[in-house]
Design a protein around this ligand. Sequence first.
Ligand SMILES: NC(=O)c1ccc[n+]([C@@H]2O[C@H](COP(=O)([O-])OP(=O)(O)OC[C@H]3O[C@@H](n4cnc5c(N)ncnc54)[C@H](OP(=O)(O)O)[C@@H]3O)[C@@H](O)[C@H]2O)c1
Length: 345
Amino acid sequence: MGKLGIWDFFSEQGRDLPLPRESVNGKTVVIAGANVGLGLEASAHVANKKPSLVIATCRDAVKCERTLKLLRERCAGTQPASLDSWPLELSSFDNVRSFADRFDAEGPERLNVFVANAGTFKPVYTRTQDDWEIMLQVNYLSIALLSILLLPHLLHSATCEDPSRLVLVSSLGHYLAEPVLTGSQNWDHVLGTISAENFGAYGMSRYNLSKMLQVAFVRELAARLPSPTPLVITAVDPGLCHSYLQRELEKYCLLRIVLAFVKWLLRARTSEMGSRTLVYAALATNAQNLHGKYMSSCEVVEECDFLLSAEGKAFSERLWWETIEVLSKVDDRVSQIVSTYLPAR
Ligand SMILES: NC(=O)c1ccc[n+]([C@@H]2O[C@H](COP(=O)([O-])OP(=O)(O)OC[C@H]3O[C@@H](n4cnc5c(N)ncnc54)[C@H](OP(=O)(O)O)[C@@H]3O)[C@@H](O)[C@H]2O)c1
């Protein structure tokens, strides 16, 4: 699928997507948001390939325990020692930092793949304890923070012939985010403006925007790594899938029925089928071709016109520096990692 065309969308939704055959022997894979939906399915796919270790993250210890049990049942024959589940709550920067601290202290020597799958949709404006709008923090800022904190591990485990992978799970919804960025070149602070309650976007528009920010981040981060790269970074769209993402809307009986009808009409994929593009980006061998790219249905496709325009490129670069500025205040390691591994373009 190229741009968001309705007929292309329909035919893509019904397509049987490939599963990569690549081996994951000796590799460590971290998948964030693994208790349900796409993250659970991607974890099961990867664990069934018998890697050295899969760390499936969930928001709390109870979900970790339950997920570990589920994955062990679904991956009979996999060594129990090669599956683990750690807590990770993305609505708190402290929690993200604790996860990175734990990885530094107890994690395996190598980290080959990080799939940043966890994401949230909140129809009602909500702020986190860190004082950011929740979808901006969970879907963008915390994912960016963790990606940067894990970057040294990903780089030290790789070669250009066998690069590590960083996969951010974005969305086709990012194609719809441009209108809310009208006039963004005049904003004092992009992140501050987007986070404010009086920003003129609600529920789904905010969600779509958080997913566009991920695509911009992937492009900026990728451009700061050498070419060929020892770390391949990709943004992926799983397509429209059945999952728990709309759980806040599905609490209401009528909305549940409407959503089920819309998903049927739009040929929503199963979570398992949707997870294949994640697994593909994480493992496929043609990795250098995927670097800095946006993927849908296991293929590289163009991101939205806004990000390809001169205005969008300027926006992305500005967003990058603002993000680094914000995250450097959250954790000292961010500026050190940026100056050591990510030279300015
Ligand atoms: N489903 C689709 O049609 C679709 C389309 C495009 C993109 N996506 C993206 O695909 C990814 C996976 O979504 P999904 O469809 O599988 O939805 P899902 O079933 O709701 O799974 C989302 C996962 O993210 C976790 N998560 C949510 N908030 C979190 C937080 N604050 N901290 C840490 N983890 C958190 C959830 O944990 P809990 O269960 O504990 O909340 C869950 O494990 C998301 O990034 C989503 O935006 C989905």
